[in-house]
Write a protein that binds this ligand. Structure first.
Ligand SMILES: [Zn+2]
Length: 263
């Protein structure tokens, strides 16, 4: 991994680099079209293999929260697909290609709309910050063993097959591989920012992870295996939440998604 970091600065001379929403320089070798295609295909595969919830109250609750977050991000909710999957593990994910999936186990766990917004916002943060592309690009460099020159000259010929093979993702792209600590911290920062902008209480992000931690007492939930949750994370989230409190308070009309849940 160190080698990749070392190469990044001069790789950027030859190939595409981008800047993340928090100002970090990223190596992104794949086009957004390629990423979207992989995200959409993976999401469609998940819909075929996992049970999709037909509980209208649950779906309305999740859509209400997702839509408020998306509007806060100046995204059009109609351009995003949101699905609730019947799965006891408290998990959620977002994929390139504008896809959001939430497990019923997460809905059961959260105490209020802001806690669910914390997880969905975090997952949208991974997508908006292009983490999947960055991870796939690092995978290409590290696993396929391509040199910078190969990437510069031949990246257009790299097929999706090789990319998926290098990633080892298959149908579950973006769902089961753990993100790095750097990506987690960035998604946390973005998620809390999105929450506050959309009128969700940013202090609830730390509360959500406290719940997750408690839940992990009886065997770690899946989201903790893909999202490492050290003690310091809760502390960090409290600090980030406090930084965004004014922004949250300034939102005059707050979301009322909890009403959907109680209907
Ligand atoms: Zn994450």
């Amino acid at each position: 991994m160190k080698k990749i970091v070392f190469q990044l600065s001069w790789l950027c001379v030859f190939v595409s680099c981008a800047t993340s929403p928090t100002g970090r320089q990223q190596l992104v070798l794949l086009s957004s079209g390629q990423m979207s295609k992989m995200g959409v295909n993976s999401f469609n595969a998940l819909k075929k293999t996992q049970r999709v919830s037909r509980n209208t109250r649950q779906v309305a609750y999740v859509k209400c929260i997702s839509n408020h977050l998306l509007v806060g991000l100046s995204e059009k909710p109609r351009n995003w697909e949101v699905q609730v999957f019947v799965d006891k593990s408290p998990n959620a994910f977002a994929l390139p290609g504008n896809k959001i999936g939430v497990h019923t186990g997460l809905i059961d766990l959260v105490k209020n709309q802001s806690q669910l917004a914390a997880v969905i916002g975090h997952e949208i943060g991974h997508v908006k910050a292009n983490h999947g592309n960055e991870r796939a690009s690092q995978g290409l460099v590290a696993q396929v063993g391509m040199t910078a020159a190969d990437l510069a000259l031949g990246r257009d010929s790299v097929s999706d097959q090789i990319i998926l093979g290098a990633l080892g993702l298959g149908a579950q792209f973006g769902v089961l591989l753990p993100f790095s600590r750097k990506h987690e911290q960035e998604a946390d920062r973005l998620g809390v920012r999105y929450m506050a902008k959309s009128g969700f209480d940013p202090m609830q992000a730390a509360e959500l992870w406290k719940l997750m931690k408690r839940k992990s007492g009886s065997g770690p939930p899946e989201i903790l295996s893909t999202h490492p949750s050290p003690e310091s994370r809760i502390k960090d989230l409290k600090k980030i939440g406090q930084r965004h409190l004014k922004e949250f308070q300034a939102v005059r009309v707050k979301p009322e998604c909890d009403r959907e849940r109680l209907k």
